[in-house]
Design a protein around this ligand. Sequence first.
Ligand code: SF4
Ligand code: ZN
Length: 326
Amino acid sequence: MMSLRPLCDRCESREAVHTLHLTGENLCGECLVQDVRRRVFSLLEGLVEDGDLVAVALSGGKDSSLALYLLDEYRRAGRRSFRLVAVTIDEGTAYRRSGIKAARELTRRLGVEHVLVGMREIHGIDVAEIRALLPKGWRRSACTYCGVLRRWAVNRVARELGATKVATGHNLDDVLQTHLMNLARGDVPAIVRSGQGVRSPSPLMVPRIRPLASVREREVAAAALYLGLPAHFGKCPLTTGMRVGVRRAVDELEARLPGIKEDMLRGLQSLADRVRASGSIKVELGSCRLCGEPTTGEICKTCQMKLELQELAGRPLAFRWSPGPS
Ligand code: SF4
Ligand code: ZN
């Protein structure tokens, strides 16, 4: 039977599996991965330094799995001399179970140390319990609590491990959505603080890098699939809130104006660079009165949320965490 798929526009020998949105080029799996690798490696040149210990926040989803895989390739290529460790936070949801399985398999395959820590172990509560506790019509969703509590946990665990960078799997679509959400909330300081390779706003905050920031979500999925990475491809069923609407709106805009995603991201980043350079926004963070972690106010967002949850749960939750004996 004849194949209906066109040949790859680059190698002209293998079947195309993906069309690059910007150029309309049809690419086979191999050429797509090469293209993605080139973009990621060129970003990493400016983000990873010799001697770094990079903690990859590995959920077991396609994005963080590809980020870890390419960081490991970059390291093996000898471009920089650095170490890797993968950190997975188990939020306690049924969805995360398959991600944890995939994370274990990938780290074993790559020979990367894998640290798995339960959200309950760190915060005294997990997302399954948060879901059950929230009254109908509550002002925040379980997803909002989860995102904030998990970010705190990743930074804390990475710092305990001595990591000098935290790498996340955020792709181009994720980064743009986050910027737009911050813009809609009027939180310009958050945009200014979030630049790649920007000095950390607090010695307690491990600088974050996003190796996939120039790769679209669909490209990540196609590359991870082609590479046969053990990864979870579904979306967390608890995803709610503003991000879902922003993602839909940006996708609709992109369908009418191809390339607008890259344009908007570039525009927002250059705005952030200018504001940062002007020094008009204070980006340094203080320490939270309850947990000691970095915050813009007196009590960090995580602790504010935990105070609400404590009330709902009717029991005290720990506000300071230190790893138990291993
Ligand atoms: Fe947690 Fe929301 Fe992410 Fe699901 S989508 S893992 S609930 S932050
Ligand atoms: Zn706090």
